[in-house]
Design a protein around this ligand. Sequence first.
Ligand code: COA
Length: 260
Amino acid sequence: MDSSVVGIERRGAVCVLTLRRPDKLNALSYAVEEALASALSSEELQTSRAVVIAGEGRAFSAGADVTEFREATPESMLAYYRATGAVYEQFAALSQPTIAAIHGWCVGGGLELSLAADFRIADESARFKLPEVAIGIIPSSGGTHRLVRLLGTARAKELVFLRERIDAAEAFRIGLVTEVVSGGAALDRAVELATGLAELPAHALSLAKEAIDAMAESSRDAGLLIERVAYAALAQTPYAKSAVDAFVSGQTSSEGGSSA
Ligand code: COA
């Protein structure tokens, strides 16, 4: 396996993954996806409290490596999906908060990968596009599903059918990205946000993430049940108990002070 195509770096409690195929605009070859799958189960990542994913060079990612399509057969595609095709689901299922730091091109499978993160922070240089249908395929790494959840059916169809390139401001306007920064600061801002998130109680954050993600796929009743079960699991932890005690005693003393 060529692990050099995905960098893994710890910055304190944050793990930064970097797609490293800059001469091919970080096109997601089988080798990149295999290295990404391996990075997701690495100790550096598993022991981190938040994850940032970014691209080296002038793009986040230009999507699936189209040169590999030429040699693909139905059997090899099936083998690929069995081996590493679920890597975006693996990324989406991480219990830590995840942030995609996007600059330059964010195309096709690259955009789908970013959709699997909790937040997308775009530099003003970011350009988004889903070109798949023009080459006879469709977004197939969870993208159609996630786009509908995130943007609604009509916007998802606009991006997939019309394949128009949109810039960072438009991506923010339609809700595709959560924040836009200028001057190439997407990675710095993502690490800053991740560092803040890494300081929060990990169990509460991961259950909040699971509950919110499950909510979108559940009935209202099932969603409320998930929320209550998560609350019940968290409310009795020593962390929650001591935080409540601190809050109550702080309130008591400040109330006492003001009434004195
Ligand atoms: N797969 C394989 N190689 C890719 C690639 C991809 N998806 N996207 C870019 N590259 C390669 C180019 O072939 C080129 O390689 P070379 O220098 O050896 O010729 C290099 O990356 C730079 O790309 P280039 O096209 O010169 O950059 P650009 O800035 O002019 O254009 C894009 C950027 C993203 C608009 C253009 O590269 C593109 O349309 N790429 C294909 C996007 C795509 O169809 N993705 C698959 C969808 S799932």
